[in-house]
Design a binder for this molecule. Structure first.
Ligand SMILES: *Cc1c(COP(=O)(O)O)cnc(C)c1O
Length: 361
């Protein structure tokens, strides 16, 4: 028997989630964010499935965009951090990538570049997150310089990014929207602001383009349960299997550093997945997994290749039984909550060691 670990990818769920985003923002075009290997799902698989279904794709950098073009993906691809050096602009022009202009250095490179054809630009405005983007009061100056430059094609799209949109009570999002509306007011530009939480919870932020990432993978980015997130279906289900079973008497400890001790006669299942397979080492005792569809708590430290699970309350567990670490029936965000991180990190860190398997449905 082969090692049973799989990151199962449900592409029907991916298509369904695109539909959820479109239904929430029917007037907007959809730019699907597939950076960081499509949040760990596999960028070529995901982008190939989305090609033609969405209006554009977005990645962090040109290396990620080239990988997709090489794989035959034909959609426009925005480089969200723009270029890191001037000579990338010629490649971007050649391969039809769109580039973000985030600062004066990138604008200068664009103005000085010799490119085979003009490049479509997105101008990023810093409306309060203070990470990337041009100062709000310089938006018009940057916009005019880009649109009048022969190396730029079409009107630049003006966009911004939210810091706290996952919190529906956030004043910061309202303030960012105010700044954004003010700087765009007199410019003949398409606009974009909404990441996944913006799509789900801030209809006033939908504008001409939405930029969902995380929600397309079927997970809710919201800090609290949100009705618009309920229809999402997880794309990745991480599965493994029981490889060993034992009875542990009261008072005996399990695993490295003896961090879990049986408080009753316990049945412990050893599952062949660990931090070397993308399951977080910091998952504490009590983190839920599904054994034969039933919840059972982690018992003992996560090892590189294994975890141990208390299946005392799950009847009839046998070697070979399927274990779900997250996905269908167990949201990755819930697991991440136990670990003190977000679901984004758990899927994005999935190593190549764990095979991605496309399931048909
Ligand atoms: C990553 C990213 C997104 C997508 O964010 P999600 O929360 O995954 O939807 C959108 N816009 C920009 C600029 C990003 O960097």
């Amino acid at each position: 028997m082969a090692r049973p670990n799989q990151a199962r990818l449900d592409l029907a769920a991916l298509r369904h989630n695109v539909g959820v985003a479109r239904a929430l923002a029917p007037q907007s075009k959809v730019m699907a964010v597939v950076k960081a290997n499509a949040y760990g799902h596999g960028a070529v698989t995901i982008a190939t499935e989305l090609d033609g279904l969405v209006d554009a794709l977005a990645v962090a950098c040109i290396e990620e965009a080239v990988e997709l073009r090489d794989a035959g993906v034909s959609a426009p691809i925005l480089l969200l951090e723009g270029v890191f050096e001037a000579r990338e602009l010629a490649t971007a022009a050649q391969l039809g990538f769109w580039v973000s202009i985030d600062n004066e250095w990138q604008l200068q490179w664009l103005e000085d570049a010799i490119v085979p054809e003009p490049v479509h630009c997105w101008l990023k405005v810093d409306t309060g997150m203070h990470r990337l983007g041009v100062a709000a009061n310089r938006t018009e100056e940057f916009f005019r310089r880009i649109e009048s430059n022969a190396n730029s094609s079409g009107e630049p799209v003006i966009y911004t990014h939210f810091a706290s949109a996952d919190d529906v009570a956030s004043e910061q999002t309202r303030q960012q929207l105010q700044v954004f509306d003010a700087v765009c007011a007199n410019l003949p530009a398409q606009r974009s602001a909404a990441n996944s939480p913006g799509v789900l919870a801030w209809p006033e932020a939908h504008y001409d383009w939405i930029r969902p990432g995380y929600m397309l993978y079927g997970n809710s980015p919201m800090a609290a349960p949100h009705p618009n997130a309920q229809a999402l279906q997880p794309v990745m289900t991480l599965t493994s299997a029981v490889i060993s079973l034992r009875d542990v008497p009261t008072g005996e400890a399990v695993g490295y550093a003896a961090s879990w001790t049986a408080s009753r006669p316990s049945r412990i299942a050893t599952v062949t997945i660990g931090y070397g397979d993308g399951y977080p080492r910091l998952a504490p005792n009590g983190t839920p997994v599904l054994v034969n569809g039933q919840r059972a708590p982690l018992a003992g430290r996560v090892s590189m290749d294994m975890i141990t699970v208390d299946v005392t309350d799950v009847p009839g567990v046998r070697v070979g039984d399927t274990v779900v670490l997250w996905g269908d029936g167990l949201p990755v965000a819930e697991v991440a909550g136990h670990v003190g991180t977000i679901g984004y990190e758990l899927t994005t860190r999935m190593p190549a060691r764990t095979p991605r398997i496309i399931i048909e449905r």
